[in-house]
Design a protein around this ligand. Sequence first.
Ligand SMILES: Cc1cc2nc3c(=O)[nH]c(=O)nc-3n(C[C@H](O)[C@H](O)[C@H](O)COP(=O)(O)O)c2cc1C
Length: 481
Amino acid sequence: MTSTGERYWRRTLHEFGTLPGLRGKYGNEGDPDEPARFTAWRGLPRFPLPTPASRLTDGLSELLHYTYGVSRLELGPLAMWPYHRLVPSARCFFPTELYCWLPETGRLPAGLYAYDAAHHALVLVRAGVAVDALGAAVGADLAGADCVLVFASVFWRTAFRYGDYAYRLCAQEVGMTVGNALLVAGSQGRHGHVHHQFVDADLQRLLGLDWPAESAMSVVALYPGPRPMLAAPARPPVIEPAATGFLDPRTCGPLIEIDAASRRTDLAIRSTLDSPAVEAEPLTVPNLADVLRARRSGGPAFNPVRRPITLHTVEEIVAPALSPHVSDAVAPGACPPVACYVWAITPSDGEPGIYRLQDGRLTPVRRRGTLAGRLRSSNVNYRTANFVAFLVADQEQAQRRLGDRSFRVLNQEAGIVAQRICVLAATRSLAGRVHNGYPAAEISAELGLPTAWQPLFQIVVGTAGPSARYQMPIPFVGGAR
Ligand SMILES: Cc1cc2nc3c(=O)[nH]c(=O)nc-3n(C[C@H](O)[C@H](O)[C@H](O)COP(=O)(O)O)c2cc1C
């Protein structure tokens, strides 16, 4: 008997070509009932945030803006999706919702807030919450955190088009947003702890989430100062699962099933995934604010301009992306539980072929190996791209140790790495295009993966060409501070 999680893994990785949502059977952009990209927070106290500085100073306004703010508006006949944020999102649907817990600071009362990115404001969803309430939900002592970020998914925003496949996209995007938060917080001199394990109903109740339409997916506690070790687990409360809310079951049955199967009612058993530990400084990216503004996915049709780069440059982009962050998915000091393979298409100094990142170096797996015949896409030109990164993980081990929650945990951990690759590519003026249209079984065979491993992310990296889309940055009225 296969579990809900195993069925969902198979369905969304190996059978996704047959899913109705991917065959355009559901809603489309422009339909009258297309969901809004942004939550309209009405009737709750709101606190406008100061204009974020154009550099990454240590303020809350900068933390929230650079983590998940609106960054540009695209106009013109070829602009399919007008709103862009500092993290990519499939078709710019932005299902991730960012909340934060704050202690009492100046004019802000202590409590839980939603980040209203469209207005760059905080909306108080629950006043007077102490950090201990969040600590009880994640089963950890969060004393000392000066901000706790909670990432949730509003599934229908993506599911209206993709149906139950949306859960995969939502988990990947939460991971990328978490990855971005860690980068931004790191540039501010803070350090984050990622918590994948928590009592879902506790967070749901605290934030007033309408589950299963919206589900809490990840928690990142931010601490001032150098990277501390993971806090020891405290005794968690045991809470009954909440009653089911509404999400169109005709198109989202398996989505509701996998999210329900992922939920934890207690944290008595805590398992981690195997991953090597390395001595490494936390990843920091110089001039991160500028780099994040410049980050691009390459437009609806990504037809890169040829601009050869060396294999060493490829290495400089992918290797730091796997450096450790503090996460309850792995032992302290361990790297994210994913491995990276690279198809180097047009290196200027070495052989094209398939490489594996091992101990920070690209090691050939298959010289002259090529995926050209296997990867076909109507909207990405692989021939002029520089390289494709594949993030792969041991799905069977994750399923054994973390049960059905493994789907979101692995996709979120891989998402952290994916966002780092996109950002590090941007430091070299390269666009990084996350693209899920790859034949997972064929890719696994070509990379020589053991059967337990699965490719979770494909990122195509190349130089974006000129475009008829007017890409207008959201201006900074406040200027440099
Ligand atoms: C999880 C995820 C999956 C994606 N899948 C695809 C895909 O299958 N095909 C595609 O062309 N683009 C895909 N994209 C790219 C997005 O459409 C793109 O990031 C979005 O248009 C935002 O562009 P920007 O990053 O330049 O703002 C994906 C992005 C994400 C985050």
